[in-house]
Design a binder for this molecule. Structure first.
Ligand SMILES: [Zn+2]
Length: 202
């Protein structure tokens, strides 16, 4: 369950010189300006807009912006301009931008690393492979000779990439005894075609 909603934080309050529109008392109307913001699990996400209420100390009348006469409304507009939206109200949005940036950076690093590894296979390398019928399995490099890598194919498959973790837990027992050879050039092509979707090296 995601808990979200809006909250308001008071930015400023000020006693106005203007007369109260109802009882006519001077210096008795206090204007409170609020910044509204959206939160998710009480973490401020992004600001929504400002609002205000005025209250007369004398007759206790409370007015929302829509109910204020022009004189009070222009005071509210002035206060709005003077008090900027605090940056912390963008916290959630900023965190998401940072996380997306990090994920993109990590993805790029992994792609570059895999492009290097595929050209220089090592015994023990595990390739995460997507099969033509959209299943996932593992190839484990047994040895490398000259231009080719010789690997054993895992006997199990998963319909999800995340399911490969189970195959890895089975260890060497999960791989067939048969050994297949593939040239480095073909391996590179498999990586580029995203038939090899990941490489694990100890
Ligand atoms: Zn009043």
């Amino acid at each position: 369950m995601i808990i979200y909603g809006t909250k308001a934080k008071e930015l400023a309050h000020q006693t106005l010189f203007e007369k109260c529109p109802t009882c006519g008392t001077q210096n008795s109307v206090e204007m409170h300006v609020f910044q509204k913001y959206a939160h998710i699990f009480w973490i401020p996400f992004f600001p929504i807009g400002k609002t205000a209420v005025s209250q007369c100390e004398h007759c206790k009348q409370v007015l929302k912006p829509k109910e204020m006469p022009a004189s009070l409304k222009s005071e509210y507009e002035n206060m709005k301009l003077q008090h900027k939206t605090p940056l912390w109200m963008f916290s959630g949005l900023a965190a998401i931008v940072v996380l997306i940036g990090l994920a993109m950076y990590n993805g790029k690093q992994t792609d570059e690393r895999n492009a290097k590894w595929i050209l220089a296979p090592q015994a023990g390398d595990i390739y995460e492979v997507k099969t033509p019928d959209k299943q996932y399995t593992l190839y484990k490099v047994d040895e490398v000779q000259g231009d080719s890598a010789y690997f054993r194919v895992n006997m199990y498959e998963s319909n999800k990439l995340s399911g490969l973790a189970d195959l890895k837990r089975k260890g060497d027992a999960g791989y067939s005894e048969d050994v297949y050879g593939v040239s480095k050039k073909d391996l590179k092509e498999m990586l580029e075609k995203k038939e090899i979707v990941g490489i694990e090296r100890k």
